[in-house]
Design a protein around this ligand. Sequence first.
Ligand code: IMP
Length: 186
Amino acid sequence: MNQLPAVPASRMKMLITREQIKRRVAEIGQEITCAFAEQSVVLVGVLKGATIFLSDLARSIELDATFDFFGVSSYADRVRQSGEVRLTKDVDTSLEGRNVILVEDILDTGLTMNYLKNVVMTHQPRSFRIAVLLDKPAHRIQPIDADYLGFTIPDVFVVGYGLDYAEHYRNLQDIYILPPEAFSSG
Ligand code: IMP
């Protein structure tokens, strides 16, 4: 089966380049390395969008670091958030007494991160931080701030570097703005 996305990357506007991402991720990695010197951290990614950011961030952190993942029901093939967050995969390891860094691709309404923050807090971690690559404050419904933030972006739908539309575009190395025609024919 050949299901190509309606709009190829060559026809999209680039918003953040791979060089910008690389620089910023390295800076965040350094910040985390300094903040948790001599300690271990557990990076908890949110499937699937955060996987690329997590894998680059992890390699910028010069500490003992382990990984775990949450799965949540998300936009699926639609752009609008339903307002309801559901856990589809819990973490596999105990977060009790750990330095937990929740790693996400983008903060939009804030519903997902608020929900996951509450889940993590029930584990009684030693410390809790949020690392987010992108912040899109325009649609925030629930207030939440990232402790480590890559970039603040305007009210546009973006793809690439882990972010998808209908599961496409996650493997693009730069971040692009998805044009309106991609939604109608998706
Ligand atoms: P929130 O719960 O509304 O903050 O939504 C966060 C989730 O929405 C992210 O993990 C993404 O899966 C999805 N999302 C929000 N904005 C975008 C976007 O511009 N591109 C791709 N996914 C997005």
